[in-house]
Ligand binder design. Sequence first.
Ligand SMILES: [Cu+2]
Length: 146
Amino acid sequence: MLKKNLIKFIVSISLLLFSSNSMAADETIEMLNKLDKESMVFSKKIVRVDIGDTVYWKATDKGHNVEFIKGGVPEGVDKFKTKFNKDAQYTFNVPGVYAYWCTPHKSMGMIGFVVVGNDKSNLEDIKKIKFYSRSKKIAPDLINSL
Ligand SMILES: [Cu+2]
């Protein structure tokens, strides 16, 4: 009986360690032509990472890329635009909110946000971004849930 409880205890401790660890881990986002009822979409529209974490974008479907939106990143962050059909990655060393889109599908709702270090100090800049068409429709709710 005692042994059983000990095992339970060890299992719950390791689960706890695992889950707290995974919250601060790197993220992988798929670039997709279709997900449920949406087409042209990043598999996760919002991810939260710690400073120094890396986000990987997988070119699961072809014809997509990642482009940071001008004015939609923390001050001092350089331009970032990846090649079509290629997996991409970026290591986030500056805290703040990053808004990006897929260049050819930026008006089709293919947008995403990364919050780094739980820092939302540039949220006002994010709200000023000019989104187009379907992206314009979905952006406010996404920005409100950052
Ligand atoms: Cu795309």
